[in-house]
Write a protein that binds this ligand. Structure first.
Ligand code: ADP
Ligand code: MG
Ligand code: MG
Length: 897
């Protein structure tokens, strides 16, 4: 016989899969002896079975009845009896918290008779009818499908007629008439009278909660949060306690620490004479929970005590819902509370300090995404800035600009130098120009994987999406209380998801300032957040096995990377050294027709390259610097082909002959035009067909090494060959590198080693890694190109064009350019690592694609056995933190549990 129902006394916090988070945590509180109104929980199994088969499991009714009888016996009252009735709440609760997404029905058991009994038993007629109208409203809309606004309208009308400022001002006769209206309304719109039988109310309420699992709101939320749709919800049935029994009653929500800053103490809201969602729904203004200390010091002291015990039990910040019924405190819910990034670091550090958790656990409680949010400038929190909306923090950072409502307007205003925020219901590829012109993007619809979110993240633009509290119209948007017209300045906080009216003052990130200072320890006057971050990073550095290097092309970047804790450069791209004022020198090299011309051009480039490398070696003294030979197609260094061609055509029209230079240029751009440059003449292929290129680059590196050694430095060069597909390519280039290296070293009378390795960024390279490893001192996975070539995706073309559609359709749940595709690209990585190391034991293997700074990918690289990740300097702290967490955590989140 399947067990579908568990009394609170039978559960515990580890049973969230079966009892839902709410049911499991209520049971835990009962176990702890905290004051929880008695009740029982119907399992998620029952829900799943009901949703799959469309039938109520036969056993369910019987088991519910059995538990109800036990509950009644203990209470000495029966559900809905005519005098002093037992009333119940029926509450949804899934394994993962989905606040407000499913239904709760309060005051089950009231009917035309028991409402009178309730009035007599409590001595408050007003309260009894207030509860009854709440039941008809919740049951009517949730179970019977009545449009909820009909109830709201009726209430608003009545308040107006009676001149009542809020619902507590309605007296008993007025509420009696409201209940009559509600019942009539229900019957009119459903053809069915409001059910008077308490057992029927209970049964239908349970099934309605089951069904709410598949409601639109819940489905959209699950999709957005990646919560599996098959889990189902549990249903908790609980004895009612009443916060609406008068001024000595009330209901509230509270956190054991401030979820924004992490500071200890009770934080929350309390509303006297209120039930259920009144406190959060804004029907009346709630007061800070500390007010309770004044009005009911006994309950407040108990509340603090209970919260302390809960924190100790959960060893984490808890968030609770409570009700005071005529001076008696009841706890109705608890869970580990959500918090801002800043609070996450603060709380983890405090709990470790208080000895509640270990430092290792503390490290697992924070994450790289949170750290990166703390590294962006923030809005200085201020009580005077008006919050217009809250949405999903989709792309971090803080931005201020005038609200504009279409792409063209964004482009127009930004061309005039105005800063704008593009506000749309949702974005499409047509909005790209506007998104590029805007400081930030705000949408009222769509989740973390909506077009707006994906593209904004890709561009590094601030984005808040899915701000469903606003309504976007053609030239304005509406909030509950404001109308924001085109041109109004708003502030968008993409790190926390807030939108403010006006230009909120910006504050530097203290964490960033500290990292930029490069000082190993925070000073005594450092803000708390800096010290908290520092402790976690120190812990991570002690725990991690992966080394963290940086992708840096300039001495400035190298220096910053070092301040941020990089242990070397994993990718130094030389192409950036060929741009700007040096472009003409590169052009001359490309246009050269004789060996002499080419040698002259290369000789002119050499000193520049040498100086670049010298400065980078200096910034990274004593740490490895992996220099990649020239990679991109050469036409990137030439003027645009169409431009050159048009210029030539114009000349011809005018009858002017083309000059020698223009003719050569036209010939070169025409010759080098490629229909698919990503797969064309680039990478190692350049080194093999452009004579002298490898020699010049090698010489520049070697001479820089000589210069650094002579200056007393400790350069650690490595040369890396890009886009190798077969070992033969590598062998040829490597011989050339070694030849030139040997020459320079022996001229200088030195013997500094320079390992030559290769990037693995083509599937063929991964598949033949065993052969390649025999000629490579190291591997570095170029996961950007490896992802492009494995999927056959041209990143620049696909991301804006159709990735949001792919994400919507669930083809993948995160872009493979953002988080490594373990199944495909990962498979190639694993093959290459194992075959490479088999051929060359001790082969150093790293990754230098952008994935090196992506938290989930870092965990993967740790498990794949890599030696280092290399990422942009700004991601270095994130990678350090995540590499530490990866070493402590056996199986990361989202990878099966
Ligand atoms: P949600 O999952 O949306 O938080 P809940 O099931 O917690 O919904 O119910 C919402 C509110 O209803 C609770 O915060 C509480 O105030 C009220 N509530 C639920 N059960 C009871 C009860 N047994 N007695 C009094 N109030 C209750
Ligand atoms: Mg709740
Ligand atoms: Mg590449």
């Amino acid at each position: 016989m399947t067990r579908y129902v568990y009394d609170f006394a039978e559960g515990g916090k580890d049973m969230a899969g079966l009892l839902g988070g709410k049911g499991a945590n209520l049971a835990e509180m009962v176990r702890m002896g905290l004051p929880v109104p008695p009740g029982f929980t119907v399992t998620t199994d029952a829900c799943r079975e009901y949703l799959e088969t469309g039938r109520v499991p036969g056993e369910l009714d019987r088991q519910v009845h059995e538990h109800l009888t036990a509950l009644e016996r203990a209470a000495g009252r029966r559900l809905g009896q005519e005098s002093d009735p037992l009333l119940l709440s029926v509450r949804s609760g899934a394994r993962y918290s989905m606040p407000g997404m499913m239904e709760t029905i309060l005051d089950i058991g009231l009917n035309d008779q028991s409402v009178l009994g309730l009035a007599r038993a409590t001595g408050s007629e007003r309260f009894a009818w207030d509860s009854y109208r709440r039941l008809v409203q919740m049951f009517g809309s949730t179970v019977m499908g009545v449009d909820g606004t009909l109830f709201e309208d009726a209430l608003a009308r009545l308040k107006e007629e009676c001149g009542a400022a809020d619902d507590t001002r309605l007296d008993a006769p007025e509420l009696v008439s409201l209940v009559r209206q509600y019942k009539d309304l229900t019957e009119e719109s459903t053809g069915e009278a409001f059910p008077q039988e308490p057992a029927e109310q209970l049964r239908r309420a349970i099934l309605a909660v089951f069904a709410s699992w598949n409601g639109d709101r819940a489905r959209i939320y699950r999709r957005r949060e990646h919560i599996p749709g098959h889990l189902g919800t549990a249903v908790t049935v609980q004895t009612m306690v009443f916060g609406n029994l008068g001024p000595d009653s009330g209901s509230g929500v509270a956190f054991t620490r401030d979820p924004a800053s992490g500071r200890p103490g009770a934080y929350g809201d309390y509303l006297a004479n209120a039930q259920g969602e009144d406190v959060v729904s804004g029907v009346r203004d709630a007061v800070p929970v500390q007010e309770l200390e004044r009005t009911d010091p006994g309950s407040f002291a108990l509340l603090l005590d209970h919260m302390r015990r809960l924190e100790a039990r959960y060893r984490d910040l808890c968030d609770i819902e409570f009700t005071v019924e005529r001076g008696t405190l009841w706890l109705l819910q608890t869970r580990v509370g959500k918090r801002t990034s800043r609070a996450a670091f603060a709380i983890a550090a405090q709990l470790a300090q208080e000895g509640l958790i270990t430092m290792e656990e503390a490290l697992l409680r924070v994450d790289g995404e949170g750290l990166s949010r703390l590294m962006f400038p923030r809005f200085a929190a201020s009580a005077t800035t008006e919050v217009l909306a809250r949405g999903i923090p989709a792309s971090p950072g803080a931005a201020v600009g005038a609200a504009v409502f279409d792409s063209a307007e964004a482009v127009r205003r930004s061309a005039e130098g105005e800063k704008v925020v593009l506000v749309r219901q949702e974005t499409s590829p047509d909005d790209l120009p506007g998104m590029m012109a805007a400081e930030a993007v705000l949408t009222s619809r769509g989740g973390k994987t909506s077009h707006a979110a994906v593209v904004a993240r890709g561009m590094g633009k601030v984005c808040v999406c899915g701000a469903d509290g606003i309504t976007v119209e053609e030239h304005l948007f509406l909030t509950a209380s404001d109308t924001v017209r085109e041109g109004t300045v708003i502030s968008v906080d993409g790190s926390e998801g807030f939108v403010y009216l006006g230009a909120a003052p910006l504050a530097d990130s203290a964490v960033m300032n500290h990292l930029e200072s490069g000082s190993p320890e925070p000073g005594d006057d450092s803000p708390q957040v800096v010290r908290d971050v520092h402790r976690m990073l120190t812990q991570a550095d002690a725990a991690r096995r992966l080394e963290v290097r940086a992708n840096a092309d300039t001495p400035e970047e190298a220096a910053r990377a070092r301040r941020f804790g990089a242990q070397g450069i994993g990718l130094c791209r030389t192409e950036h050294m060929f741009l700007g004022e040096r472009r003409p020198l590169v052009e001359a090299m490309i246009l050269a027709q004789t060996d002499g011309e080419r040698e002259t051009a290369l000789a002119a480039l050499l000193p520049h390259q040498r100086l670049d490398f010298t400065a980078i070696f200096e910034a990274m003294d004593g740490a490895p610097v992996t220099i990649r030979l020239l990679d991109p197609p050469l036409h990137e260094f030439l003027p645009d082909r169409a431009e050159v061609a048009v210029k030539a055509a114009r000349r011809e029209e005018r009858g002017e002959p083309l000059g020698e230079y223009d003719r050569k240029l036209l010939a070169a751009v025409t010759r080098m035009d490629e229909s698919n440059p990503m797969l064309g003449l680039r990478g190692v292929r350049l080194g093999l067909v452009v004579p002298g290129l490898v020699e010049m680059q090698t010489r520049a590196v070697a001479e820089a090494v000589v210069a650094r050694v002579r200056a007393g430095g400790d350069p650690r060069p490595e040369i890396m060959v890009p886009l190798v597909g077969t070992v033969e390519e590598l062998v040829l280039v490597r011989e050339e590198v070694e030849r030139v290296w040997g020459l320079v070293m022996s001229e200088a009378g030195m013997n500094v080693a320079c390992p030559v390795g290769t990037m693995i960024e083509l599937p063929r390279a991964a598949l033949t890694a065993g052969r390649i490893a025999r000629s490579a001192a190291f591997f570095s996975f170029g996961t950007n190109d490896l992802t492009q070539t494995t999927w056959g995706f041209s990143r620049d073309d696909v991301e804006a064009a159709f990735f949001s559609a792919y994400l919507d359709k669930g083809i993948f749940d995160v872009s493979p350019f953002e988080t490594i595709d373990r199944e495909g690209v990962g498979r190639l990585i694993e093959i290459a690592v194992s075959e490479g190391r088999r051929a060359r034991p001790g082969l150093t293997v790293g990754v230098c694609g952008e994935h090196g700074g992506d938290p989930r990918s870092v965990h993967y690289f740790h498990r794949a056995g890599l030696d280092y990740v290399s990422c942009s300097p700004f991601r270095v702290p994130v990678a350090r933190l995540e590499a530490g967490r990866a070493a402590l955590r056996p199986a990361p989140e989202g990878e099966g549990d």
